[in-house]
Design a protein around this ligand. Structure first.
Ligand code: UDP
Ligand code: GLC
Length: 377
């Protein structure tokens, strides 16, 4: 089966990192078409997945766009759609991995006669998308042969927004557990390199964006004992510079300059996670899936996640991690303190998480699920 994957992003967000794993088994028979150049293209090339940047024009539509803005951007897309239609004729299937890819993919599917699959990585709720964008998304997705949702939460919101339930299959993100096995000596070295080897390191691994809630962790940190420090791993991938400024201001006001390190975007996530004593996920809006939560589990580091969206499908509090109310720094402080106080119990929870996650999110099984779904088309 020859697949034309489409993704709007030049940058490696979670949906893009997931696509690398999905496209890999088809690397001799696929093309990933991107709507922007950037480091995601390099990552695909590194993984020997054929990739082409299909346009260099910026697509203006935003998550909160109105109908007129949405329609204006569709006319702007005409040259890109023409190109995709031409390419699609050499493929059996169009696989749209993001919202803008869905718009282009759905029209190209209609014009080329190639079936459309949509991988839904988002929660189509008012917190994340304007009503117009939700309507456009479900109307076009309802024309697909299959919608793959990354969690029950994403599926539920899709149906609530008007999506057809019978089209949706849930497939979680897959991971190779081997990539998360680390040598203790290497991890010790990394902690020393960070100059934090005698600290209790809480790691936050997300792009810097208001809804990812880094500010909640900073607020929680202010009430933690002095041995607790925070590393913020990730960059403002989609231009959230105001939020970065706001975070620095908050850190200055709380005088936490010596207890928070910004590490920027990193490629050594498994090692950095293993170097942490706790990984915190603090999204203030429902997280569609939350790759970082599973990655922390696979790294053997205890994880606390904001109890909403896909995160509650991944974490059972007190069994394979901890859940904390979204947007509630006091509760987060309590979890951090209890992890410091009861190291043995916390380590046992992390061990359970590692074992169960290695099975449940194993990339080989996940890829098999996707292959079976695609074969049925
Ligand atoms: N990530 C990364 N480098 C960083 C920060 C994050 O490679 O510096 C990865 C992280 O390991 C995870 C992904 O980015 O696999 C983020 O995915 P997630 O589902 O957690 O959130 P998203 O950004 O997709 O909403
Ligand atoms: C999106 C979501 C994230 C999810 C990722 C992979 O980027 O925001 O929650 O983990 O896709 O499905």
């Amino acid at each position: 089966m020859k697949i034309l994957f489409l993704d709007q992003s030049g940058k490696p967000g979670g949906a893009e990192l997931c696509l690398i794993d999905i496209a890999k088994p088809y690397q001799n028979n696929c093309l990933v078409g991107l709507f922007a150049d950037g480091s995601f293209k390099d990552l695909l090339e590194k993984n020997q997945i054929p990739v082409e940047v299909l346009t260099n024009q910026k697509i203006q539509v935003k998550k909160e766009s109105s109908l007129t803005q949405g329609l204006a951007s569709i006319t702007q897309l005409a040259p890109l759609i023409t190109k995709v239609v031409k390419i699609a004729r050499n493929y059996d299937l169009i696989y749209a991995n993001t919202q803008k890819a869905l718009v282009v993919g759905a029209i190209a599917s209609f014009l080329s006669g190639r079936p459309l699959v949509f991988h839904l990585h988002d929660i189509l709720s008012p917190e994340h998308f304007s009503q117009t964008n939700r309507r456009i998304a479900v109307t076009l997705a309802n024309r697909a042969k299959l919608v793959i949702a990354n969690s029950q939460a994403s599926k539920k919101a899709f149906i609530e927004a008007g999506g057809k339930a019978e089209l949706v299959k849930i497939v979680y993100n897959g991971f190779d557990p081997q990539n998360y096995l680390n040598q203790e000596s290497q991890i010790k070295q990394l902690r020393q390199k960070l100059e934090l080897d005698d600290k209790f390191i809480v790691g936050h691994f997300s792009r810097l964006a208001p809804w990812k809630g880094q500010h909640i962790l900073i607020e929680a940190l202010a009430k933690c004992p002095p041995e607790v420090v925070v590393i913020l791993v990730g960059d403002a991938l989609f231009g959230e510079q105001d939020y970065v400024k706001q975070l620095h201001q908050q850190i200055d006001e709380l005088q936490l300059q010596n207890r928070v390190k910004f590490l920027g975007f990193r490629h050594d996530i498994p090692q950095l996670m293993a170097a942490c004593d706790l990984v915190a996920h603090t999204s203030t809006a429902p997280e569609p899936f939350g790759r970082v939560i599973v990655e922390a589990m696979l790294s053997g580091t205890p994880v606390v996640a904001a109890a909403s969206g896909g995160a509650i499908e991944l974490v059972q509090s007190g069994i394979n991690g901890f859940l904390s109310t979204p947007g509630n720094p006091q509760e987060l402080t309590k979890v951090i303190n209890s992890c410091i106080q009861d190291k043995q119990k916390t380590a046992a929870i992390a061990e359970t998480a590692r074992n169960t996650a290695s099975q449940r999110f194993n990339v080989a099984n996940i890829n098999q699920q996707i292959a079976q779904l695609l074969q049925k088309l």
